[in-house]
Ligand binder design. Structure first.
Ligand code: AMP
Length: 247
């Protein structure tokens, strides 16, 4: 499918799926630039509530700190409010949602109501690679840009390229929190993939283990251009690669 045709086929919900550290946020930003539709990151929305000290923020702070998922009803409501905003009329990119089967069911209901078709992009990365990758991850506390010591270093170490702020380690990127999040991902989120597979959603596995983010994005573009009308059985990529956590 040509680029113009793809853009004309909106509204579309691109669901970025993958474990913490699989590169969902980075790939979502590429998609925003390419498709011109907004990224909806439930993690960012929740962190924003914490930063602003809202009632929601106070109720979820401890859960987020320990890497535990926040209640389904809360994120479902945040997403519902967000996707009914005017800027989502042509489609949107869901980053970090849904994370449980209950959220996936609610999402399908919301998408049907919004008349949006779904494409699930599942970024597949070995967990041991994720742990080493997240050890090098830093974020700008001002503009939210993500950096990585290996794959995306800032021009000056420890400083944001865009606004000169000192970079920080995100609270939930600490190694023990990452391990807890991966354990939770296995227990709660893996069934969501099964749910998508069984419900006939358009789902593509993308190998995101080793290559640079631009290369992974090239794969996603090809899949979206070529596969928006594809069904599950046409899925060209089946690359199970997620592995057990190293002890
Ligand atoms: P993320 O930035 O997407 O990795 O999310 C960071 C943290 O926010 C997670 O470890 C959860 O505590 C919480 N969170 C983000 N999205 C969701 C969601 N869809 N459901 C439940 N909790 C979420």
């Amino acid at each position: 499918m040509a680029d113009a045709e793809l853009k004309a086929s909106l509204p579309i919900a691109v669901i970025m799926f993958g474990s913490p550290g699989s590169g969902k946020g980075t790939q979502s930003k590429y998609l925003v630039a390419w498709l011109g539709i907004p990224q909806i990151s439930t993690g960012d929305m929740l962190r924003d509530h914490i930063r602003r000290g809202t009632e929601i923020g106070q109720s979820i702070r401890a859960l987020m700190r320990s890497g535990t998922l926040v209640p389904d009803e809360l994120v479902n409501k945040l997403v519902e409010d967000r996707i009914t905003q005017p800027d989502c009329g042509r489609g949107f990119i869901l980053d970090g949602y849904p994370r449980t089967t209950a959220q996936a069911k609610e999402m399908m209901r919301l998408l049907a109501r919004a008349g949006a078709g779904e494409v699930v992009i599942h970024l597949v990365v070995d967990y041991n690679i994720i742990i080493s990758r997240m050890n090098g991850r830093r974020v700008c506390p001002k503009c939210g840009t993500l950096y990585n010591a290996v794959s995306r270093p800032p021009k000056t170490e420890g400083i944001c390229d865009l606004d000169g702020e000192a970079l920080v380690i995100r609270e939930d990127d600490r190694e023990e929190v990452v391990r807890e999040r991966l354990t939770q991902y296995d227990a709660q989120t893996w069934p969501v993939i099964e749910y998508f597979r069984n419900s006939g959603a358009r789902l593509f596995d993308v190998d995101a283990s080793k290559d640079r983010p631009e290369v992974v994005f090239g794969r996603i573009q090809k899949l979206l251009e070529g596969g928006l009308s594809a069904t599950r059985k046409d899925d060209p990529l089946r690359t199970p690669g997620e592995g057990a956590l190293a002890q």
